[in-house]
Design a protein around this ligand. Sequence first.
Ligand code: FAD
Length: 325
Amino acid sequence: MTDPFAPPPDEIGTEFDVIIIGAGPAGLCAAMYCGRGMLRAVVLERGIPGGELLNTEKIEDYPGFISILGPDLADKMAEHARQFGADIRMEEVTSVIRRDDAIFEVATATGATFTAPAVILTAGGTPNKLGIPGESEHAGRGVSYCAVCDGAFFKGETIAVIGGGDAAVEEADYLTRYAKKVYIVHRRDEFRAARVLQERAFFNPTIEVLWNQKVLEMLGDGKGLRELELEHSVSGLRSRLAVTGAFVFIGFTPNSGLVKQHMDHDAAGYIITNDRMETSIRGLFAAGDLRVQLTRQVTTAVGDATTAAIAVEKFLTARKALLAG
Ligand SMILES: Cc1cc2nc3c(=O)[nH]c(=O)nc-3n(C[C@H](O)[C@H](O)[C@H](O)COP(=O)(O)OP(=O)(O)OC[C@H]3O[C@@H](n4cnc5c(N)ncnc54)[C@H](O)[C@@H]3O)c2cc1C
């Protein structure tokens, strides 16, 4: 009997209909939809499925869950995707290339190569870290990289925002709806942020800017963050700032460099897509945190992934019709 899911002769050498790169919320949601759409999909994930959910203590803004631990939501998403047949493999992708015959070759660190006519890139990105003592120990226990996600946990507290670009200055203003005092700690004597954002921060009575201050260390008492050790970048004088929260906004690096051909992106490397999540490379779709968009949340990641998976289905149907002549 012929396997109904075997590739047609023109696609010999193409193992899958679609390769999903990354098993964060976007990748797992795309896998669930591809499974429901009966596509032959594989998910390549370098670690444990869940993405940034695994680094998040509590999620309180995902509909249907008033409060859920990040790793628990990750488990539920992975289980849900597997229920619909998701084939999740532990593989670190090293490159994505579209061949002249319009098939993608996805190479991994184990030396394997996966091929398919469509790829959904959901490899997310990483908030840049200060890399100072105490930072990783207090991540999720006072140290955060996401104001929308964690701001509400700091109601009535004194906190610091570290950075001087648009994200730092805008998020400091946002955080004043929760915190009683927000220090912006910046290592230079002026911000890089847009003028309008700076003015909003300067006129906000809850914000105080500490210029020329470098954060050397984050100190806690075992229960959470308590102080920042600062050094004045001109005088070298050291001081301590009592805070229970520190929001670090010193950039975010999207994992878009896996694609070895030119793909439209913005100055920071975020991928530009249309409203079907199509990139400028035909057959390559992008969803979630690595895409240019207003905000980066679990809800937006799964929304993008839904669109991408459905767009892939339509793309493959159109391709098959074209190949059939
Ligand atoms: C500390 C923190 C707290 C947050 N809190 C919240 C919150 O409360 N609510 C909310 O809505 N959002 C929150 N967010 C944001 C949310 O986690 C992200 O928007 C969401 O996880 C994005 O999903 P994603 O699938 O696009 O990317 P990610 O979650 O980053 O997943 C990407 C996946 O791709 C994998 N990957 C990367 N490179 C490769 C490779 N080369 N090969 C194979 N796999 C690869 C990664 O290992 C990862 O599993 C938080 C983020 C952080 C950092």
